[in-house]
Ligand binder design. Structure first.
Ligand SMILES: [Zn+2]
Length: 408
């Protein structure tokens, strides 16, 4: 017995010794990195002879640390907001105006950057929702409640009316394109619309447009809104497509419209999107064609985008500024958003009597003269209340609470 145990014991000791050596080596590497890092931080002239010798001795470490620094700098530059100066901006918009006039099939892709003027936070900008949540900060619900279509939304609607824009593909869930009066056939809301809940048990899928954010109880893979279909009684779900989910709803996503538009497009104008998500949707970019057969790309965004190198023109400006100049160049009037004409009021389905207390988010105020319709629980959605779940939460925060057995 003892003879048999002997080799396995020594094997174990050997393995342990090996592991210990590895740990020690890693520890010593970390020490070296810290030491070299400290020396590198000093200006060259202030380094002692001893410190200079450290750098010579650990050349590989020095190189690795420099590589990391370069990567950090690149990342930082990509996140910075860049502004073209006034002349530059005007010249670029002139070029854009020519492209818009000459385009046979212009398609517009929009992201959160077109809604920031509506006080809807963008995702990845310095004050974006994503950035704030990453830093553990909260986002205020009042940021989302009083939003109305921006100048950019209204310009896009006008450009579509003038037949200069054929289709709009948006990754925004804020519903502002719809509220600007843009026709639904011309719109693909790829990530859903926070005002729309649907019954997928009904065929065809039945849609309920509401005057409040329907997503307060929903999050990643939890889409039930707690209200039910008035036709079949099944629970309604939101239309939001979270990061990591595949959107299959026909409307409001309208992938068919988006894909057909991209197929026909000769010019694509990207407004206020980091394109980090949109670039993953291959069918939007005609990448299967040779480069000279693809739609010409114009990008308006303050930050770097992964498509910048492929763009004919990159405009570093705020969307509203660019669109204002563009409309001037095209001699088109910019329509003013008028709540009375907001289609959401005619599209909206009233709640059933037992559902009037089923939400706490603020209601889009009806046009003057049609006040009220908002239940008392609205006080819960006070200014400054932190929003955790919902369409921009990417599954952050609270999941949906277990439905209590509805007694009577
Ligand atoms: Zn139903």
């Amino acid at each position: 017995m003892a003879e048999e145990a002997e080799p396995s014991l020594s094997q174990r000791a050997e393995r342990k010794a090996l592991e210990k050596a590895k740990i020690l080596q890693r520890e010593s590497e970390r020490k070296t990195f810290r030491l070299v890092g400290r020396v590198l931080k000093k200006p060259e002239a202030e380094r002692s002879e001893e410190e200079a010798a450290v750098l010579l001795l650990h050349r590989d470490t020095v190189e690795e640390l420099c590589r990391r620094q370069v990567r950090r700098n690149v990342l930082k530059r990509k996140q910075e907001e860049v502004f073209d100066d006034a002349d530059d901006l005007k010249n670029k918009v002139k070029q854009l105006a020519d492209a818009v006039k000459e385009a046979k099939h212009l398609v517009v892709y929009t992201g959160a950057g077109i809604s920031t003027a509506a006080s809807i936070p963008d995702y990845r900008g310095p004050n974006g929702v994503w950035t704030l949540l990453q830093k553990g900060r909260t986002v205020s619900s009042s940021d989302l409640s009083k939003a109305a279509p921006t100048l950019t939304h209204m310009c896009i609607k006008m450009l579509h009316k003038e037949k200069l824009v054929k289709h709009v593909v948006s990754q925004n869930c804020d519903g502002l394109h719809l509220r600007s009066g843009l026709s639904r056939q011309a719109l693909s809301e790829l990530h859903g619309n926070m005002f729309i809940e649907v019954c997928t048990s009904c065929s065809p899928v039945r849609e309920y447009v509401r005057l409040f954010d329907v997503t307060e109880r929903t999050s990643l893979h939890r889409h039930g809104t707690g209200r039910s279909c008035r036709h079949c009684g099944d629970e309604l779900r939101d239309t939001i497509v979270h990061f990591g989910e595949r959107g299959t709803l026909e409307q409001p996503l309208n992938w068919k419209g988006a894909a057909e538009a991209a197929e026909m497009a000769d010019v694509i104008l990207c407004l206020g999107s980091s394109l980090k998500v949109l670039k993953k949707y291959a069918c939007l970019w005609c990448m299967n064609r040779p480069a000279n057969k693809r739609p010409k790309l114009y990008i308006v965004n303050l930050q770097w985008t992964p498509k910048d190198d492929l763009a004919v023109l990159k405009i570093n400006g705020k969307c509203d500024d660019v669109m204002r100049f563009l409309m001037e160049e095209l001699s088109l009037q910019i329509p003013v958003y008028d709540r009375v004409e907001d289609p959401i009021f005619s599209l909206a389905t009233p709640l059933q009597p037992e559902e009037v207390d089923s939400y706490t988010r603020e209601v889009i105020a009806p046009p003057d003269g049609q006040e009220d319709g908002s239940p008392d629980c609205r006080e819960l959605a006070e200014e400054g209340q932190a929003v955790q779940g919902g369409w921009f939460g990417r599954g952050y925060g609270k999941g949906r609470k277990k439905k209590k057995a509805a007694s009577s």
